[in-house]
Design a binder for this molecule. Structure first.
Ligand SMILES: Nc1ncnc2c1ncn2[C@@H]1O[C@H](COP(=O)(O)OP(=O)(O)OP(=O)(O)O)[C@@H](O)[C@H]1O
Length: 247
């Protein structure tokens, strides 16, 4: 008898094994802050994994480790592509730019604005980086900004002076305008009103339907409930700062 291939036979999109992180505070006489110890989990295609756990437990740190903003102190992060696995913890610094442009989208808590670059160009940039022609990129960026209800009069202005919610919507447009296989969402609805929260929930549903794997932090319990396919409680795996300080 031959085994029937099933979707479960597919390797997970992302595998995290025994991931650890300690920050060494050089300005504090080399004090080490242990934030994560041997965390293991996996992320499948077409799912939204929601991180649970109290403030300071390491949720944002986990997203930053996967996005390559922080170096792991131990363990592995593996991406399984159709043509084989890629070990992110061994990736040279020069390869990260391409990986972020093509594979891992990230909505950070705060928009990192580049002075004088208008909102529309901020959203177009990841499309151009993926080789989309300028006309199509502009149309798609405008469509996404309109979908997120950013007033058209703001599109040609740099977002540095925008309100928190307006900046957050530029950030969201930049991440959702591209069909990233993996999306990391750090409080994407924190500064939004109810109507725009609904738009984000729809964008997450749409990303799930096209097969994206998402890891998200959502403080709003209603949003958390509605978007989560699975939850990952960090308490069991992580040390809070209280226990973590060691020399
Ligand atoms: N760059 C850094 N240097 C030193 N310590 C850091 C750094 N980044 C995070 N930490 C510490 O790591 C711990 C976890 O922080 P993190 O932001 O990941 O928590 P969180 O669970 O996302 O919290 P919140 O829900 O409040 O956003 C905190 O004690 C924080 O002070």
């Amino acid at each position: 008898m031959f085994a029937t291939p099933s979707i479960d036979a597919e390797p997970p999109l992302l595998e995290v094994e025994a991931l650890s992180k300690r920050f060494v505070l050089h300005a504090r006489d080399g004090l080490a802050l242990e934030v994560m110890r041997e965390l293991s989990f996996s992320l499948r295609r077409a799912e939204c994994l929601v991180l649970d756990g109290p403030s300071g437990i390491g949720k944002s740190t986990l997203l930053k480790l996967i996005h390559g903003d922080y170096l792991a102190s131990g363990g592995r992060i593996r991406l399984n592509f159709a043509d084989g696995p890629l070990e992110l913890t061994e990736l040279p610094a020069s390869a990260w730019h391409r990986l972020r442009a093509r594979t891992i989208g990230y909505v950070s808590q705060f928009l990192r604005v580049v002075p004088r670059v208008p909102a529309e160009e901020v959203v177009i940039e990841p499309l151009l980086a993926r080789g989309v022609d300028e006309r199509t990129a502009r149309d798609r960026a405008r469509e996404m900004l309109a979908r997120l209800n950013l007033p058209e009069r703001l599109w040609r202005l740099p977002p540095g002076t925008f309100s928190g919610g307006e900046q957050q919507r530029v950030n969201l447009a930049r991440a959702f305008v591209v069909d990233y296989p993996i999306l990391l969402l750090d409080e994407p609805t924190a500064s939004l009103d109810g109507a725009n929260r609904e738009v984000v929930i729809e964008l997450i549903d749409r990303a799930r339907r096209r097969g994206a794997g998402m890891i998200g932090i959502f403080h709003d319990p209603d949003v958390r409930e509605r978007v989560a396919d699975r939850r990952l409680a960090l308490e069991g795996h992580l040390l809070g700062a209280r226990e973590g300080i060691r020399r």
